[in-house]
Design a protein around this ligand. Structure first.
Ligand code: 13P
Length: 290
């Protein structure tokens, strides 16, 4: 039984300052492939689902797929709902066994976001689930959620108060990262992680992981980003591998060969990121703590 809560997976990562990969899967093939990567590296893992993926597959089916794969895995794996502005879907996912949710209230004013996030924290507690909070919009659109406009960055005191008042388990501060591919070198604000962790020692979440350099990951993780989100890199690995296979084999009509090819590419992408984040070999310690 390797299903773990977000807290079980992230508490030790935050204490020891390594990062746990939180990878957005899109189907069963990508789910299997990222779990295989975590098993090879003996690393804890967070499987994330966008709201779009939940709606397209359906919460009960997706949850059962996850459970079947995670229970058979040799490493601890948590299921997390990524950016979700819709309260109804937060409730549906919690009812269906998601271990944690990101209530994305970044489109609301901070006061209303605070009020609703506090409600979500109470609701999640009934399922022993955790909540990630966010008050600043991450630039870039992630599966239909978000905006290409740069969001407002609030003074650190506002985030500090939001965390204290809502009781979120993890927090995603604006640090200059963006969803999708970086068109130009991002202007990172790593000091915001340090300042916030000094005030509120809880796991911080790095959004927009795709395209950052190893040193940027290492620096942000060392400052307290224990959850490191990766989505675009999976989509690229998946679709590029499918395209390459089909281009190279125009006369072949064998889906299982295509699946194997795609799976290898997604697994390799996941292994690369997990290795960079420093969580290889940490699964046993997470399991031992229970
Ligand atoms: P990327 O798509 O840039 O990897 O960002 C993922 C993310 O932050 C999901 O919330």
């Amino acid at each position: 039984m390797a299903v773990a809560s977000l807290k079980q997976v992230l508490d030790p990562a935050f204490e020891e300052r390594y990062g746990v990969a939180a990878i957005n899967i899109v189907d069963d093939l990508s789910l299997q492939s990222v779990i295989a990567a975590a098993e090879v590296l003996e690393a804890p893992l967070i499987v994330q689902t966008s709201l779009k993926t939940v709606k397209s597959i359906g919460a009960p089916v997706l949850s059962q797929l996850f459970r079947a794969r995670a229970e058979a895995a040799s490493v601890p794996v948590a299921l997390h709902l990524d950016h979700c502005p819709e309260r109804e879907w937060i409730s549906i996912c919690l009812q269906n066994g998601w271990n944690s949710v990101l209530f994305d209230g970044s489109h609301l004013d901070v006061e209303e976001n605070r009020r609703q996030t506090a409600e979500v924290v109470q609701e999640a507690a009934r399922y022993d689930a955790q909540v990630e909070g966010e008050i600043e919009t991450v630039r870039g659109v992630e599966d239909g959620v978000g905006s290409d406009e740069g969001g407002l960055v609030h003074p650190i005191e506002i985030s500090d108060g939001f965390i204290a008042d809502t009781g979120v388990y993890a927090f995603a501060p604006a640090i200059g990262t963006a969803h999708g591919m970086y068109a130009a070198e991002p202007h990172l604000m790593p000091e915001r992680v340090t300042e916030l962790v000094a005030r509120q020692p809880i796991p911080m979440v790095l959004h927009g992981g795709t395209g950052l350099a190893r040193e940027q990951f290492e620096d942000l993780i060392a400052r307290g980003c224990a959850k490191v989100n990766i989505s675009t890199a999976l989509k690229i690995a998946y679709t590029d591998a499918a395209r390459a296979f089909l281009d190279a084999n125009p006369a072949k009509h064998d889906p299982p060969s295509l699946f194997r090819h795609v799976s290898q590419a997604v697994q390799a992408m996941a292994e690369d990121h997990i290795s960079m984040f420093g969580s290889a070999g940490k699964a046993t310690a997470v399991q031992a703590r229970g």
